[in-house]
Ligand binder design. Sequence first.
Ligand code: GDD
Length: 419
Amino acid sequence: MDYSEHNVVAVIMVGGPTKGTRFRPVSFNTPKPLFPLAGQPMVHHPISACKRIPNLAQIFLIGFYEEREFALYVSSISNELKVPVRYLKEDKPHGSAGGIYYFRDMIMEDSPSHIFLLNCDVCCNFPLPDMLEAHKRYGGMGTMLVIKVSAESAHQFGELVADPVTNELLHYTEKPETFVSDLINCGVYVFTPEIFTAIQDVSTHREDRANLRRVSSFEALQSATSRSLPTDFVRLDQDILSPLAGKKQLYTYETMDFWEQIKTPGMSLKCSALYLAQFRLTSPHLLAAGDGTKSAMITGDVYVHPSAKVHPTAKIGPNVSISANVRVGAGVRLISCIILDDVEIKENAVVIHSIVGWKSSIGKWSRVQASPAEGDYNAKLGITILGEAVTVEDEVVVINSIVLPNKTLNVSVQEEIIL
Ligand code: GDD
């Protein structure tokens, strides 16, 4: 096929409201991909990385959230980046590969020679131009970003074996029960348009099977295996990567830099820190500064939205991200936290290792804090989370707890989930 060698498009899979449930309660009102990390929506980080791809024609976000939830963000980011960013809504989930197939005509509109495909819930420095170069050298249909992780954590991801010389993907298993490899799939890929044929083949094969079952009335014997999935629901990992491994079509590009998956609010704190640290190198102007004289004392990497008002006697950082219209009173201490829009933190309150939801209010001399168990950011209560519009009254202490939206706390709590 003759595709223009120039155009490249990027697709970011954003999922939908039935996914990302581990992200509650902070995903009740805001789609997880728009939750701020380092003061920018989660999906903003892969989008701005796409901007570095040469000849980038368009960026598509594919998901099954309502269009209006992304409309504002998509129009503002398109203007800012000067690259069209479009949100495409699936009528139902089609799986991580079925989703791009569903919108193949729009994705191929600019006749791209290459298509990047990115999960929205991964945090890394997205080395996209380097991946593209490597992909062209390998000459396959697809190249995936991979990383070595600890053997104990590998089972949470797609585990794989690659040829150490050619980097060919030799074997792939999605979240295996028994250990295969500490090399894992980062959820960042570049493909040639042949990927659409590979997805089509999976659907056709499934359709043939379904017809066969019907005529041979085997259906009753079939359990809920991939064969009984709807024909248009195609998973990139199990249905494409596993069967095509070892066939000289898929290759790997290993990153030695940071990489994390963002499934829980605790991980969003860790990833916020990683992105803030990256701003030191890429966009230092986004980081706050201050020595406590005219403006608050800032230590380490901190983001403060320009509309937020922080009292000069407050002490902020490291790893703090303060969103729009937040008011931080005198003598407040903030360490390792994400403070969402319209929050008020009154005099001498302390917030450590917590997420404070939109429009919440923290009273004078109160403490909202947590300590992650041995740095385990995935632990349910290793972080304190206040949902939207929670009021913590004066002198109340909230430790390692999750508070659902619209609650008022007038007594101290520890290790509790307040429903
Ligand atoms: N639009 C759309 N439609 N997006 C989807 C759908 C769908 O039907 N299903 C999943 N996604 C999106 C999710 O929002 C996420 O960004 C990405 O596709 C992958 O989600 P999952 O299929 O739930 O997989 P996972 O996140 O548990 O694991 C995948 O990513 C890991 C890296 O983070 C796998 O590919 C693993 O192998 C990999 O290690």
